[in-house]
Design a protein around this ligand. Structure first.
Ligand SMILES: Cc1ncc(COP(=O)(O)O)c(C=O)c1O
Length: 413
């Protein structure tokens, strides 16, 4: 939140008609307010010392009164993230920083829903989003229902059927199974019925997709992913298309006492400098790997919205500017030992959660394990492998996978 007076340099960048790439590379800095250092230094601090009694009792205003509120570095990052999600086009009216992507998911719900309210949440949401909605919100008297993100007429009926419907939670593409949601149509439904629409935009990253551009009210992201970009930082943020929504989320943030460490903010600001470049390269390499995977006999389906074989490819073409390198494939099911021979022997793909860093990763699951209630289009006799394509040489990655599938083929059923 901008308590701190925006730097002159940031203002200068803001007023230029530069592209987002240039603004991400050069904005949010103020060298001559910081002894000429190119980057804003990390501020560590709780106490802000007041010059006199008039300042202490609020007669004279200051930009920040306590370290929990903000620092110049956090303000610079907020401004940059607002820009990323459409601030300069007048779409994003401010940004609330939080300590993880999961907190960026939970904050709008805590800030904007009241006891008795009803939430519509996509069946394709990130699994911990479902856990929060199912285990925490009922304690505050907030009910929910899941909707199928590929069936918006049914969503509208659900909205209309409950007079206390207050928020629609979207995530496009869905976690793990990558269905695309028609966000402009969903935003229209929300508007028609007076609901708040929110999108988890961690996949879109502000580079491929900007939900506010598509009519959504709030966009949240895990900055842990492509923004930090190196699997060494956790952070999240929420932006909104109205000052009222931003202020409500900021109020909840300060009431709860959510804080961000300067070092983490510094890593995210550094990540933003190269975000555009890295994101697009992950995307390019991801599609090259998909083209290879499409030729592998054991691969039954590629779940990547930017791949022409995807059932909602047209939505991706209409709503996204580019793609990242996160997608899944379904492979013909063999024994667990066969699967282990494929994945354990990979030299370049690590196994683990999260994504967006330089390192290629896989995550393996049985599609039925997601507990999805609506999404039916996933065959039972498959393993689902989610790929995050990193920044290694693409041909090296393909060679690694080729050897992996040879092991899989040779393994017993
Ligand atoms: C779609 C999505 N949203 C939110 C999160 C949570 O992000 P974080 O790991 O920063 O808490 C994740 C993490 O994997 C995610 O995939």
């Amino acid at each position: 939140m901008a308590y701190y007076v925006a730097s002159k340099t940031t203002d200068k960048v803001k007023n230029k008609r530069w592209s987002l790439t240039t603004k991400l590379a050069d904005g949010g800095r103020d060298p001559f307010a910081h002894a000429g250092f190119v980057n804003i230094p990390c501020y560590r601090g709780s106490t802000i010392q007041f010059a006199d009694l008039a300042t202490l009792d609020g007669e004279k205003s200051v930009s920040v009164r306590y370290g929990l509120q903000t620092t110049p570095l956090l303000d610079a990052l907020s401004e940059m993230l607002t820009t990323l999600e459409g601030g300069e086009e007048g779409l994003a009216k401010g940004c609330v920083l939080v300590s993880s992507g999961l907190e960026a998911v939970t904050l709008p719900m805590l800030a904007l829903l009241d006891a008795g309210d009803h939430l519509l949440v996509t069946d394709g949401a990130y699994a911990p989003t479902h856990k929060f909605v199912e285990r925490m919100l009922p304690r505050f008297g907030i009910s929910h229902e899941r909707y199928d993100p590929t069936d918006l007429p049914s969503l509208e009926k659900m909205v209309a059927a409950n007079k206390r419907s207050k928020m629609i939670w979207a995530e496009s593409p869905s976690s793990q199974t990558f269905e695309m949601t028609d966000l402009p149509a969903l935003a229209e439904i929300a508007k028609r019925h007076g609901l708040i629409s929110v999108a988890d935009n961690s996949w879109g990253g502000g580079i491929a997709m900007r939900p506010l551009e598509l009519g959504m009210d709030i966009s949240v992201q895990s900055a842990t992913k492509y923004i930090s970009g190196h699997s060494d930082t956790l952070m999240g943020f929420c932006v909104a298309n109205s000052k009222e929504l931003v202020d409500k989320m900021e109020d909840a943030r300060s009431l709860i006492g959510i804080y961000n460490a300067s070092e983490d903010a510094s890593m995210c600001l550094r990540g933003l400098r190269t975000l555009d470049l890295r994101y697009r390269e992950h995307g390019r390499a991801g599609l090259t790997v998909c083209d290879f995977l499409a030729q592998v006999p054991e691969v039954r389906k590629i779940l990547h919205p930017a791949h022409p074989s995807h059932p909602q490819h047209e939505i991706w073409q209409r709503d996204c500017h580019t793609t990242c390198g996160l997608f899944s494939v379904l492979i013909e099911k063999k024994s667990r030992a066969a699967l282990a021979s494929l994945v354990d022997g990979l030299e370049l793909f690590g196994m683990g959660y999260s994504w967006g860093g330089y390192k290629s990763l896989i995550d393996v699951s049985l599609p039925q394990g997601f507990g999805r209630r609506c999404l039916a289009d996933v065959p039972e006799d498959c393993w689902l492998i989610r790929f995050h394509i990193g920044l290694e040489d693409c041909q090296d990655l393909i060679n690694d996978l080729m050897a992996g599938f040879e092991r899989y083929r040779a393994a017993k059923n």
